[in-house]
Design a protein around this ligand. Structure first.
Ligand SMILES: Nc1ncnc2c1ncn2[C@@H]1O[C@H](COP(=O)(O)OP(=O)(O)O)[C@@H](O)[C@H]1O
Ligand SMILES: [Mg+2]
Length: 365
């Protein structure tokens, strides 16, 4: 996938204009608060979702205006295409190749990005829920049935938790718990199997990227940690059985706490660098490299699935990385189209081939 032209009108602080990126690395350079991230955000919206900064659509409209409009020419599925996103009066309108579309998911099918933003550092620094969210998001991008299983699982967990709270007052309800556990085990097994399969492939790419970023000085390792003792080689039937037993064994604890303590909704992904926890012992640069490796591996997985390379958006990624790691990102990921923002003049000069856009007060040149 290649962004060929991006036009913006009343989008955040960006002046109404257009950019024509190159097919490889595009550096967006400028001081703080000039509009660099806003530009990446504009490209990201064409993936069909919400802002990666969690902004609401009406916050994206330039302060003094009543609508924004983005138009993008891009190459995807072996042809030139155009998409338009307009937002006015609290309504989003999407056009693909001149035809109005009902849903954002029409864009998801033709355009995809992988984004790194500084907030993603929480993937290594914080608790397991963010790592599960990363995995679930990445798998959903590839497997529609996964999203359905996930939503069903969460629904059953909510119902089971509500029942656990009722059991506190009505002990006789205990008898109904095994019914919930059976359906949890069946749906949970689908989730676990998909996560295990995804990680087994993702880790190969992530470990390779980390090796490249660190000039072979560091070894990244990823491992899925199932609290029900499920392992990669387990069949779906074996996983179902292990989960069923785990829910059964956890019932006593669950009665006490009033929620379900075990299952894929409490699992984690262990990220280690040179055999030790990246979260506890990793330096800022190592943690950043690990998150980047995960994101680049996610891009590679999308490429293998769709035979189409997603666009890579790297926001403020270069700070805290040594010159060799910066060189890797600026000059060695060029089989993808990359947009990378930076504030340092030296980064711009490190770029061996590609295009540099300078942003000053929303003005791009
Ligand atoms: N809806 C908006 N209308 C006008 N300006 C906005 C809007 N949203 C954000 N901005 C401005 O955009 C600037 C931040 O842009 P950003 O792309 O995050 O900066 P950076 O270049 O540091 O990445 C801020 O000055 C902010 O006030
Ligand atoms: Mg920024």
């Amino acid at each position: 996938m290649i962004v060929k032209k991006l036009k913006f009108e009343n989008f955040r602080n960006l002046s109404n204009s257009e950019i024509i990126p190159c097919e490889k690395v595009n550096v967006i350079y400028g001081d703080n608060a000039q509009g660099k991230t806003n530009l990446l955000e504009a490209i990201w919206l064409f993936c069909g979702g919400h802002s990666f900064r969690g902004a609401k659509e009406n916050e994206l409209i330039h302060f003094e205006d009543s609508f924004f409009k983005l138009s993008m020419d891009f190459y995807s599925q072996s042809r030139d295409q155009n998409a338009e996103i307009t937002f006015a009066q609290n309504k989003k309108k999407i056009k693909l190749n001149g035809v109005e579309k009902n849903s954002s998911s029409d864009l998801t099918e033709v355009f995809s990005c992988v984004v790194f933003s500084p907030e993603n550092m929480t993937l290594v620094k914080r608790g397991p829920s963010l790592r599960r969210k990363f995995l679930d998001g990445a798998i959903c991008q590839q497997r529609i049935r996964y999203a359905a299983a996930l939503s069903k699982y969460n629904q059953i967990i909510n119902q089971r938790n509500a029942l656990l709270k009722d059991i506190y007052k009505h002990k006789e309800l205990k008898e109904t718990l095994p019914i919930w556990d059976d359906s949890l085990a069946l749906t949970g097994a689908i989730i676990l199997k998909e996560r295990m399969e995804y990680i087994s492939k993702l880790k190969i790419h992530a470990e390779k990227f980390h090796d490249d970023i660190s000039s072979s000085k560091e070894k990244l390792s990823l491992e899925y940690i199932s609290n029900a003792g499920v392992i990669e080689s387990d069949s779906i039937e074996e996983i179902t059985e292990k989960l069923r037993k785990a829910y059964e064994n956890s019932r006593k604890d669950d009665y006490h706490t009033g929620y379900t303590n075990i299952g894929p909704h409490r699992d984690d992904m262990d990220i280690k660098i040179n055999g030790i926890s990246a979260k506890t012992f990793g330096s800022q640069g190592q943690q950043r490299s690990a998150v980047l490796s995960l994101k680049l591996a996610q891009a590679e997985m999308l490429y293998l699935k769709n035979d189409e390379k997603p666009v890579i958006l790297l926001d403020d990624v270069l700070s805290e990385l040594d010159p060799k790691r910066q060189d890797f990102l600026l000059n060695k990921v060029d089989s993808y189209q990359v947009f990378v923002t930076c504030c340092e003049e030296s980064n711009k000069e490190q770029l061996k081939s590609g295009k540099v856009f300078y942003i000053n007060d929303g003005e791009v040149c």
